[in-house]
Design a protein around this ligand. Structure first.
Ligand SMILES: Cc1cc2nc3c(=O)[nH]c(=O)nc-3n(C[C@H](O)[C@H](O)[C@H](O)COP(=O)(O)OP(=O)(O)OC[C@H]3O[C@@H](n4cnc5c(N)ncnc54)[C@H](O)[C@@H]3O)c2cc1C
Length: 396
């Protein structure tokens, strides 16, 4: 292909696609609306399906330098703190799925991807470059930026996130409805916490109508906190909307003292209104396609949003390399990815209901519920198919 591949959005998905394409010798131009590169200061979990893609893109060492490999995940009860094993990670993830399970500080992952893209093509990422609209021609796409500049490419990938303008132009605005839950999130320097709270595990605290996830980041120096609350009070779907410690404490009134100790030490508590959007049944039109949150935004209850964006980027890189006709390549990419991502979005919603079940209210009812819902067999059914996915082998 003579003209470059245009990518709108330098988030985790857009950069993974750029890297996958550059490594296969394509010319790529990434347009990012922000004037500076960076990511919000929050954590991210990446399971073997996503780390497989990142390792195959040559990032194994760079990630090992910044990621934590937790020993496992645990379920804890909101009231008593009773603890159950969810699954083993660390060596067990590598033994079972071939690749590690990482918890990462988002800016660290973003920097690793930016550095890898720039090491191949130093000028591939343009900042302060907001894609406004596109036009398709017989043999290409023209993307017009907010400053009026026009760029021509052989295809356009809309990797521009949950508020995607490429999706809007392809399929219209589409309804977004408040999902009934707000997410509190923040990071905690671990030296503020009691040592017994600071363990190399990911912890899911479950309770009626709310749950909390926390896990270590940055060599264990930071702890990520996410607290999801069913509430009618919601503010905005934004990573930068601040809330107060008092409001966060109030949302977890009656919860275990460990939860309140964590909240007390959060640097800045942010809150994010979780929105639901109907699944798209197609993402592609001619030479334009979508990836990541632009086409399958999800509730975060399986921790797979960024993982799906990474998988998309890798598979798209393969499709545009292995199939000569770009229109066919985009169609086959979509066909390879649609069913899996739609199922993940559905199962994420379902997992939220599991975490918040009313049966968790009393300690005795909760024990029977947890034993049933998180039995080894049910855990295997829920997570095995997610983690064992192979981006490099999926049929195109
Ligand atoms: C509370 C919470 C916890 C989460 N935890 C996890 C987790 O543990 N694991 C996981 O896998 N996922 C998690 N996710 C989901 C994950 O954050 C997203 O799915 C992921 O960031 C999507 O990546 P993306 O590249 O598609 O979009 P984004 O990361 O949103 O990137 C889009 C980029 O496009 C840019 N952009 C937007 N419009 C334009 C335009 N018109 N022109 C140019 N640039 C543009 C933006 O500035 C941005 O840089 C979580 C989400 C939430 C809300």
């Amino acid at each position: 292909m003579r003209d470059p591949i245009l990518i709108a959005g330098a988030g985790i998905g857009g950069l993974t696609a750029a890297l996958a394409l550059l490594r296969r010798g394509h010319a790529v131009q990434v347009f990012e609306q922000a004037s500076q590169l960076g990511e919000v200061g929050a954590g991210l979990q990446l399971s073997a399906n996503a780390t497989r893609a990142l390792h195959l893109l040559g990032l194994e060492q760079a990630l090992a330098d910044v990621a934590v490999e937790p020993d496992g995940k645990e379920i804890r009860l909101w009231s008593t703190g009773q603890t159950w094993k969810l699954f083993d990670l660390g060596d067990a993830s590598v033994a079972e799925y071939g690749y590690p399970y990482y918890t990462l500080y988002r800016p660290d992952l973003h920097r690793v991807l930016v550095d890898a893209v720039r090491s191949i093509a130093p000028d591939a990422i343009r900042l302060g470059a907001r894609g406004e609209h596109f036009e398709q021609t017989d043999d290409g796409v023209r993307l017009t930026l907010a400053d009026g500049a026009v760029h021509t490419g052989c295809v356009l990938i809309g990797a521009d996130g949950v508020h995607s303008s490429v999706r809007r132009q392809l399929f219209g605005e589409g309804p977004a409805t408040y999902a009934g839950c707000t997410a509190w999130r923040g990071v905690i320097p671990v030296d503020r916490l009691e040592p017994k709270t600071v363990r190399q595990v990911g912890t899911n605290w479950v309770g009626p109508g709310r749950h909390v996830i926390h896990y270590p980041l940055r060599g264990g120096r930071l702890m990520n906190f996410v607290g999801i609350v069913e509430t009618d009070r919601w503010v905005a779907e934004s990573w930068t909307q601040r809330g107060s410690h008092a409001e966060c404490h109030a949302d977890f009134d009656g919860w275990h003292p460990v939860i309140h100790a964590l909240i007390r030490h959060i640097d800045v508590p942010y809150r994010w209104a979780l929105m639901a959007r109907p699944a798209l049944t197609r993402w592609t039109d001619g030479r334009v396609t979508l990836l990541g949150d632009a086409c399958h935004p999800t509730l975060p209850f399986l921790a797979q949003g960024a993982g799906m964006a990474i998988e998309d980027g890798f598979v798209l890189g393969r499709a545009l390399s292995e199939i000569d006709d770009p229109v066919q390549a985009l169609r086959r990419y979509e066909a390879a990815r649609l069913a899996r991502t739609t199922t993940i979005v559905e199962k994420s919603t379902e997992n939220g209901r599991r975490f918040h079940n009313p049966e968790l209210a009393s300690a005795s009812g909760a024990a029977a519920y947890v034993d049933r819902e998180w039995s080894p067999q049910r855990v295997r059914e829920r997570y095995g198919w997610l983690f064992e996915y192979r981006v490099d082998e999926v049929v195109l």
